[in-house]
Structures are given as structure tokens and as C-alpha cells.
Write a protein that binds this ligand. Structure first.
Ligand code: TXA
Ligand code: MG
Length: 348
């Protein structure tokens, strides 16, 4: 069975909520990346997510929530929604929800007793976020329950930022059930949410487990506390593994200012450069090099990154060289994903 893409405008929300209630997994758009969503309270449906992704069951899932209506996006309604899934919700979580939700921030909190071990990966914490895609907000409202959703890619691979990428991920799989992919357009943010651990506030303070397009500075401004980074923690999170988000073609990060002839001896090489490709083409008149001009705008690069890596991967090159990224807090999430892509690349 092959997956099926349907435009948001062509499918009644109720068809999707019925499918979710029946325990189906549905690929949905969010502003970060596409997700594989299932009813967070249905363990049979949750197991299907792990099976579909070939993801180990001890890697926890994020629960996607929203407020009951747009007018309600205020402190007490976030507290109500968070309290359905977590306990001892700290005031910091509410401040952050008011500032950044709906949006690309996931908060790790102490879990409520009823939350499935399949969602938490057997831990005492739960990851929660409110995605900012209009159709998906409507879906969660209509469904009335939380949706567990990891990124809609096979384990270890590049996250999908449009419906066609999800199709590409699962079109060669032998699906035992129909997989509906809801096409809500290209993702606006393009890399996964920032993950902030607030479950150990009194012991160690707030900790970023995965950087994203909401920076630690922005978070610090809201909660007035220093924030640590801990990307290889004892807490299991798959984005914390080296060798994630990986293309099949060998990927290298290297400043184009330091290119040497040996970099191209392997054959067809793609070079993505922040420096002027026009000038580089003159400098290196080598037919084996396929140049790509990058724009030094972090929002734009984040939005395009996974699409570019997929496109490069389809070009049958021997190697992809990605220029060194500019410095600055806004590049941190992009740097994190690219470093992991480099590490896991070249394993077709
Ligand atoms: O932007 C996003 O966060 C996307 C969209 C679909 O919402 N979702 C996403 O999910 O990236 P996933 O499963 O691909 O990555 C979520 C990460 C995983 O590395 C998971 O281990 C971690 O969040 N995570 C979830 N719950 C956790 C918990 N209780 N403690 C630590 N890490 C957790
Ligand atoms: Mg993922």
C-alpha cells in the first residue's frame, strides 16, 4: 500500500479525527517539520508510529496540544492544557507558553500519571508543544485530545518539510494500513522545535536539549534564568544522537575559503557556499563541481535546509560540501542539525 497525499482544503477535519479515533496514524503539517500523528492516549496507535519510523520504543514522543480557542491563548488556558499531561507545572512554563506558543518550542515537564510509557520512553517526564499551523490547530481542537507526533521521517533520516518528502520517506515501505499525508504546504520554520527541559528546575535549572529557532537568549529574557545546554544527556532523545538527520551522500562542512584541489578528486561534488558562487566558478573552473548559492539569513537557511539536503542527495554526487556557517545565536539550531547530518551521512 502506498501513502496518499491530500490537500488540507480537500479533506473534512472530521474525516481525520475519525481516523485518529480509529487508531490510525496521519502525517500532519506543522510550522517546524511534518509529524506522524496519533492519539496520544491510544497505545496501539502509538506503537504504529514506532513501527512505521523503525524507531526504538524507548525514544519518547512529543505531545501536541492547543488552547480551546484563539481568544483563550492566555495563562490559565495554557495551564489547563498543560495540566492534562503534566504535574507540578512551573510558572516558567506558563510564561514561555504565553510568549512562544503556538510555536517552535517543546517543554519537558514532569508527566501526569496517566501518560503512556510509550509517549515518555518510560521516563518520569513528558515533552509538550503547541504547533503553529492553522489547519493542525483546528485538527487538535476538533479532536479534543493530545496528538503524539514525532517528525515524519524514517529513524535517523532527514525530517520532511513538505508533504512530498513524507511520501518519499514511506513510498517504498510495505504499509499494512493506509497512510494519509495532509498537505499543508511547506513548513515555515524548517527545523525541529527547540527542546527545553523544565523538569529539573530546582536541581539544575532550565536545560536546552535540542537547539532550534527559538534561542536560549530569547528564553532567558522571558524567565530571567541562565540556561544550560546538554545535548548528550542521560535523557534519551533521538535528536541528541550523533548521526541524525542524515543524507545518503557523504556530507562535509568546510569553509569554501579553504577548498583545495583534493576536495574534488572524488568526482562529482556539490558545494553550497555563502560566498559568491559567481566568483568561485571563475576561481575553480572544474566541471565536476556543482555550485549552490546560500543566503546568509538563518531563517531562510533553516527553512530550506532539509529540502536542500534532500535535493543534493538526489543528484548522485560523490560528496556534498556545505560552507561553514556564520557565527551567532540564530545559527545554533542549524549548526546542530548540520553537524549531525555530517556525522550520519554517506550510509546508503
Ligand atoms: O518540531 C518538532 O518538535 C517536531 C514536530 C513534528 O512537532 N517533532 C519532532 O519530534 O521533532 P521527534 O520525535 O522527531 O523529536 C522529538 C525529540 C526526540 O529527540 C525525543 O526523544 C525528545 O524530543 N523528547 C520527547 N519527549 C522527551 C522527554 N520526555 N525527555 C527528553 N526528550 C524528549
Ligand atoms: Mg525526529
Amino acid at each position: 500500500m502506498r501513502p496518499k497525499i491530500v490537500l488540507t482544503k480537500d479533506i473534512p477535519i472530521q474525516t481525520v479525527t475519525n481516523a485518529l479515533l480509529a487508531g490510525q496514524v496521519i502525517a500532519i503539517p506543522t510550522e517546524t517539520v511534518y509529524g506522524l500523528a496519533a492519539d496520544a492516549s491510544n497505545e496501539i496507535a502509538l506503537k504504529k508510529i514506532f513501527h512505521l519510523k523503525s524507531r526504538p520504543e524507548n525514544h519518547p514522543l512529543i505531545i501536541h496540544i492547543t488552547t480551546k480557542s484563539d481568544e483563550e491563548s492566555i495563562a490559565h488556558s495554557w495551564l489547563n492544557e498543560l495540566s492534562r499531561w503534566s504535574r507540578d507545572v512551573p510558572p516558567e512554563a506558563i510564561l514561555l507558553a504565553e510568549k512562544f506558543w503556538p510555536g517552535p518550542l517543546t517543554m519537558i515537564l514532569k508527566k501526569a500519571v496517566h501518560v503512556s510509557d510509550l509517549v515518555t520512553g518510560d521516563q518520569d517526564t513528558v515533552g509538550i508543544r503547541a504547533p503553529n499551523h492553522p489547519w493542525t490547530i483546528d485538527l487538535i481542537r476538533a479532536f479534543g485530545k493530545g496528538l503524539a507526533a514525532p517528525s515524519a521521517n524514517r529513524f535517523g533520516r532527514i525530517s520532511p518539510t513538505c508533504a512530498e518528502h513524507v511520501f518519499e520517506e514511506f513510498s517504498n515501505e510495505s504499509l499494512s494500513e493506509p497512510l494519509l499525508i495532509i498537505d499543508g504546504g511547506a513548513c515555515e520554520i524548517g527545523i525541529e522545535s527547540t527542546i527545553l527541559d523544565l523538569s529539573r528546575l530546582t536541581e539544575i535549572g532550565p536545560v536546552i536539549l535540542r537547539p532550534g529557532m527559538i534561542s536560549n537568549e530569547q528564553i532567558m529574557q522571558v524567565i530571567g534564568r541562565d540556561i544550560q545546554y546538554q545535548s548528550h544527556s542521560e535523557i534519551r532523545h533521538s535528536g541528541g544522537m550523533l548521526g541524525h538527520y542524515a543524507p545518503e551522500t557523504q556530507l562535509q562542512m568546510k569553509s569554501v575559503a579553504t577548498l583545495i584541489a583534493e576536495d574534488f578528486s572524488i568526482g562529482k561534488t556539490i558545494v553550497a557556499s555563502f560566498a559568491s558562487v559567481k566568483e568561485l566558478k571563475v576561481l575553480w573552473s572544474n566541471p565536476n563541481i556543482f555550485w549552490h548559492q546560500l543566503d546568509a539569513d538563518p531563517q531562510k537557511i533553516a527553512k530550506d535546509l532539509y529540502r536542500l539536503l534532500r535535493e543534493f542527495d538526489h543528484m548522485n554526487a560523490q560528496k556534498i560540501i556545505f560552507d561553514e556557517l556564520p557565527q551567532g545565536v540564530l545559527w545554533k539550531g542549524i549548526h546542530d542539525r548540520l553537524t549531525r547530518s555530517v556525522y550520519g551521512s554517506g550510509q546508503s
